[in-house]
Design a protein around this ligand. Structure first.
Ligand SMILES: NC(=O)c1ccc[n+]([C@@H]2O[C@H](COP(=O)([O-])OP(=O)(O)OC[C@H]3O[C@@H](n4cnc5c(N)ncnc54)[C@H](O)[C@@H]3O)[C@@H](O)[C@H]2O)c1
Length: 477
């Protein structure tokens, strides 16, 4: 059954925001004519030259645009992305498509930004795009809707964005023609680059997907950005996983990041080095944000808080890892960071990003190069996460505690965010209990509306009882 959120987009609404399809027009060759008498070679040659010249002239005069074509400009007819996933219906190009792209990226506040958000149908991307749009920035999304996890969830996020006026182009960051076209159509001031192959464990199954999205994809995006005129400032998602085997806590931007524990971490670290190259050679303004375990409504189904919730509700056992011991504690701990705090950090990074200095692919001066941790600063053992979920779901979990396998996970993460605090004004404000409550409410409404209704009624009758006792409604919260 397709998941439905009260007021969440249904399949019909999703179909309504799909890019339009156009048809190719095939020009047929004219039929051959027979000439009754053979003319001299010279007059034959003159005849065909005149024909070719007139055809060329007619084509130039009748063509809809005789403007010069930019070096990388894509043809005007719709294109199918070469890198689209099997689930993708990618199609781009054409006048109607360009109009939609421009409308979505139009800035609606004085001195607002025009932002290309890659990975906009993803968890962080959809929240960030919505927040930027709410304050009047122009926002265009780009996502290849790959099937690493439930594509219906990605389509649902894109539909919500469409309702608020953000168009998510169905395309791949590895499609150089598409990127050149987007930068040609819109003079983006900023790029918020969130598209990536996320998740640590999946690298054991499909390592090349990490190289394609996080290394080759990043280079493709940076290539397009450095050739764009004007060059945008780029803020992009690195990861706390770059700290790898670092044991100095809390993790600071000055700590070692040369001992990654997973291929995912290694590709994010490679991304940081690649970003430096584009900053150094081409003058691109680059800011890397190292996110620490982000959670919240519309989250990622491959993350523990999400699949624990699913499995606890289904009565299935959940596997809780315990580390082999060491300097911290035996249970695995994470610096869980609520999505709204991460979005505030992304927006602040965009607002404070200095300009790129390059033009025409050439650097004109030094450009900003920054790296920030965005975490919550209070690690919580995963066992405590499960306790909280049990309380919120009102269901006891069946726990299977096992030693952590060597799958790329690290035992402990803890962010030092003093740099982000100083330079971005970043102050995370949602604790795990408050954030999880919001996640669980969304999860139940999206996947189990009947359970959500029951919980609401239960909370309502409890509220009435306590109001009756105290004569005030505040104790119901
Ligand atoms: N969520 C976290 O806890 C966390 C932690 C650290 C870093 N990050 C990073 O933050 C970013 C956003 O993460 P998320 O949790 O929203 O992940 P997500 O998987 O929900 O979002 C990523 C989106 O990018 C899209 N995408 C992937 N490859 C693409 C390509 N080649 N072209 C176009 N689109 C592509 C996917 O379809 C997806 O919608 C990622 O770069 C991730 O590595 C996330």
């Amino acid at each position: 059954m397709a998941p439905q959120l009260t007021g969440a987009p249904g399949p019909a609404a999703v179909a309504a925001v799909k890019p339009q399809f156009h048809h190719y027009h095939h020009h047929r060759l004219p039929p051959r004519h027979h000439h009754p008498a053979p003319a001299s070679l010279l007059s034959k040659l003159a005849f065909w030259s005149v024909c070719s010249l007139s055809l060329l002239l007619a084509f130039l005069l009748l063509s809809p645009s005789s403007a010069p074509v930019a070096p990388h400009a894509a043809p005007e007819s719709p294109r199918r992305s070469l890198h689209a996933s099997p689930s993708s219906t990618a199609s781009w190009g054409g006048a109607a498509w360009e109009k939609k792209v421009r409308a979505s990226a139009r800035v609606r506040r004085p001195r607002g930004h025009s932002v290309l958000v890659t990975g906009a149908a993803g968890f962080v991307g959809c929240h960030a795009a919505a927040a930027l749009r709410r304050r009047g920035d122009g926002v265009l999304g780009l996502d290849n809707f790959n099937d690493y996890y439930d594509t219906a969830l990605k389509r649902g996020r894109a539909t919500l964005l469409a309702r608020s006026g953000v168009y998510v182009v169905d395309g791949d960051i590895g499609d150089a023609e598409l990127l050149a076209k987007l930068f040609d159509v819109v003079p983006f001031t900023h790029v918020l680059h969130l598209a990536a192959q996320a998740g640590v464990r999946h690298a054991l199954v499909d390592p090349m997907s990490y190289v394609r999205a996080n290394v080759a994809g990043l280079v493709g995006l940076l290539e397009a950005a450095r050739s764009a005129n004007p060059q945008p400032a780029i803020v992009w998602a690195s990861s706390s996983s770059v700290y790898g085997l670092n044991s100095h806590v809390p993790f600071s931007e000055h700590d070692r990041t040369d001992r990654p524990a997973s291929l995912y971490a290694a590709t994010k670290k490679a991304g940081e080095e690649i970003a430096h190259v584009y900053n150094h050679i081409y003058g691109l303004s680059l800011t890397a944000l190292r996110f620490f375990t982000v959670y919240g409504p519309w989250g990622r189904p491959d993350m523990a808080y999400f699949f624990f919730t699913r499995d606890i509700l289904a009565g299935r056992p959940i596997t809780v890892y315990e580390s082999a011991g060491g300097s911290h504690q035996t249970t695995i701990s994470r610096d869980f960071t609520y999505i709204d705090d991460i979005v505030k950090g992304c927006v602040a990074a965009l607002d404070t990003a200095g300009r790129s200095t390059g033009s025409g692919g050439k650097k004109r001066g030094p450009a900003p190069f920054r790296t920030y941790n965005l975490g919550n600063t209070s690690p919580v053992p995963v066992t405590q996460l499960v306790d909280l979920l049990e309380k919120l779901l009102k269901v006891k979990a069946v726990r299977k505690v096992v030693k952590m396998p060597r799958n790329g996970d690290v035992p402990y993460t803890h962010a030092n965010v003093s740099l982000a605090q100083r330079e971005l004004g970043y102050r995370p404000s949602t604790d795990l209990q408050t954030g999880l409550k919001k996640f669980v409410r969304w999860y139940l409404e999206y996947y189990h509306p009947e359970l959500a209704e029951k919980q609401k009624q239960h909370a309502g009758s409890n509220g009435k009882r306590s109001r009756g006792r105290n004569g005030s409604s505040s104790s119901a919260r």
